[in-house]
Design a protein around this ligand. Structure first.
Ligand SMILES: Cc1ncc(C[n+]2csc(CCOP(=O)(O)OP(=O)(O)O)c2C)c(N)n1
Ligand code: SF4
Length: 258
């Protein structure tokens, strides 16, 4: 139902395939309940992640690097009835477009942001982003990244996102569950997908062997939990929904007036 005939150019074994399959499954499930195919729209950024635009048969807009979030915001404001999915990489969302991420969280606009976080700019061959771990060596950082990695889960919580989650691209069951919950959530939902890049940042083994599951918790606990992993290839990664609450959305605050 959501298949396209376009040639897929992801590397063999890229976990982006798992994300694509999960998103299609979620949309199929939703169309069996209250949603129609025409209710969904996507805006993608630029990068390996954003090639999903070619593989997912829903209306959409292929955006500019770092600018998918404000474009998706505009699509939602233009037609608030749409369920807008916004796809980005960590380079687009947390390096080039970071301010958009913060303001979308603050606004609580009812849309879903899915960030394929592979901790590098993959399409341009693996340069460090804001979520690359300290010490990571690549051509633009021959002596290793010196900055502390940004933690977008903590940032989303502090900035006011009303649904904040992290999932592993290697866990199809959890992907389907959390993405489904995120889309059904009324308000800004953020799904950080840890997506090991097979070529430039292959942390698959670390992610598989060092994770644990969490359930939604109170705000202060959620921030505490989110701080437990600092994006290094060490420690244990919490996966699941950190926090969700029903709060007035951007649309309810500004667009629906009697
Ligand atoms: C404004 C702008 N800056 C830079 C680029 C070059 N560029 C294209 S893809 C890309 C990397 C994308 O990395 P990320 O957003 O992390 O996505 P990934 O490829 O890892 O999925 C860059 C820097 C661009 N196309 N436009
Ligand atoms: S470069 Fe990395 S993220 Fe891009 S398609 Fe290949 S494995 Fe996937």
């Amino acid at each position: 139902m959501f298949e396209t005939k376009n040639e897929n150019t992801w590397c063999p074994g890229c976990p982006n395939f798992m994300i694509e399959a999960a998103v299609k499954k979620v949309l199929e499930n939703l169309t069996k309940s209250n949603y129609k195919k025409e209710d969904f729209a996507m805006v993608t950024d630029i990068g390996c992640n954003s090639k999903i635009y070619d593989y997912l048969d829903i209306s959409g807009f292929y955006g500019l690097h770092g600018r998918a979030i404000p474009t998706a915001f505009g699509v939602k404001v233009g037609n608030p009835k749409l369920q807008v999915l916004c796809f980005s990489g960590d380079g687009g969302a947390f390096s080039e477009g970071l301010s958009h991420f913060i303001h979308a969280c603050r606004s609580n606009i009812n849309m879903t942001l899915l960030v394929h976080n592979n901790q590098v700019f993959s399409l341009t061959t693996g340069q460090a982003t804001a979520t690359t771990e300290k010490g990571f060596v690549e051509r633009t950082h021959p002596f290793g990244v010196q900055e502390k990695a940004l933690n977008p889960v903590v940032l989303a919580l502090e900035a006011g996102a009303s649904f904040v989650s992290r999932v592993s691209a290697l866990d199809p069951k959890q992907l389907i569950f959390v993405i489904g919950e995120a889309i059904k959530h009324s308000g800004f939902s953020f799904v950080e997908i840890i997506q090991p890049c097979k070529v430039y940042h292959d942390c698959s083994t670390f992610v598989r062997e060092n994770s644990y599951q969490i359930k939604p918790m109170l705000f202060v606990k959620a921030v505490e939990e989110a701080r437990k992993w600092d994006y290094a290839q060490a420690g244990k990664i919490p996966f699941g929904i950190f926090f969700k609450e029903r709060r007035k959305t951007f649309e309810e605050n500004y667009l629906v007036r009697g």
